[in-house]
Design a protein around this ligand. Sequence first.
Ligand code: ADP
Ligand code: ASP
Ligand code: MG
Length: 440
Amino acid sequence: MKVLKFGGTSVGSAERIKNVAKLVVERGKNIVVLSAMSGTTNTLVEISDYLYKHNIDGAKETINILENKYFATIHDLFSAEADREAATTEIKACFNYIRSFTKDLFTIFEEKEILAQGELMSTALMNIYMHSIGVKSVIIPALDYVRTDKNGEPDTQYIKQKLTALLEKYADAEVFITQGYICRNAYGEIDNLQRGGSDYSASLIGAAICAEEIEIWTDIDGMHNNDPRFVEGTTPVDELHFEEAAELAYFGAKILHPTCVLPAKLNNIPVRLLNTMCPEAKGTLIHNTSGKGTIKAIAAKDNITAIKIKSGRMLLAYGFLRKVFEIFETYKTPIDMIATSEVGVSVTIDSEKNLDPILDDLKKFGTVTIDRDMVIICVVGDLEWHNTGIEALALEAIKEVPVRMISYGGSNYNVSFLVKKEDKVRTLNLLSDHIFKKTK
Ligand code: ADP
Ligand code: ASP
Ligand code: MG
């Protein structure tokens, strides 16, 4: 059995839901993981914001607009009155639930309950549509088997046990449909796996059932060799190693959520990125092997802050780096890039949430300077250090761009450059022009 995950755009209209249903039916008995219809989760966040701010009119108006979109989808999706009625009842129940929060004070857990409605609605519509075309599909509710533990990490044993039992219970089903993104926490409350987390759901489910393959269906024909939002003429990469995919996802290739790679990799389950709008396209296969000695793709991660700590005391001293890292650990702030010299160290972080106390503590050890609005440009491929000339190729490409930091050798799979936000698009394009045109 495979896991087929369809993102928001893939189920973003009645027409698309019909296309997905056709694709799913052609592929036989699998588990289908759905995101919310595109735009829904953003609108649910907006509604929650209005509720936090006690702007009840704003919340009600936004709820009504979203509800009407769903009614229009139902109208386009179904022709039989009974199906329209069944779908309307499901959708109305979700919106009435959301509306119930306009009456009382609002809390953090209620926001999660509101956000969960998006995936509950897309799966309900798909299931009713499947039945309307004569397919015996069954919804396996994610809230009944996807659970996180007290550290907020997925409880993989629980997921495996519960999901296996549910699949056995509905053994006669022709297709299983489940929600991406949503889960319960260790206390049974409704929670989620963070924005874009449906990819993670698919990977966790794939791992739980030891799936033959995890297919991530989206609006583009696989992982492209550069970010198509900023570079023209990018092309899909046929194959990636799990590690290469992990680097790209972490450093900004939005097509894949960074958390998605690990469960698949640990269980050696291939992940295939495919295009709903062009199902015959080959896409990208992510697995345990991949082409040697070449650069595969480039990605960019925004909103990076670089911090430099200069200290005379670092000269010939040991224990300095540990003290610096401990400060970041204390404030639960992960470091992305590091560069060291005999008199200083530079690190980058992607969250300024605890920047002030971090800077206060760092100042005890040296002179601290920061550069904000930076971007990490990550060049990914099989960059094992015996392969000469690969880093040179990347550096040569961007020789006219001011580079604040360089990182290479942390893994065999990437070389990263820290540049200013305003140089991001130019850097991505220079790299594409130089690397992919030259190596063609
Ligand atoms: P979904 O809603 O299906 O999860 P996403 O919007 O999360 O889809 O991811 C698909 C988008 O990722 C594409 O439309 C594309 O703009 C963006 N993207 C960014 N970098 C890349 C890349 N290297 N290759 C392919 N797509 C990318
Ligand atoms: N619907 C959620 C979001 O928009 C999860 C997902 O699409 O993966 O973030
Ligand atoms: Mg996504």
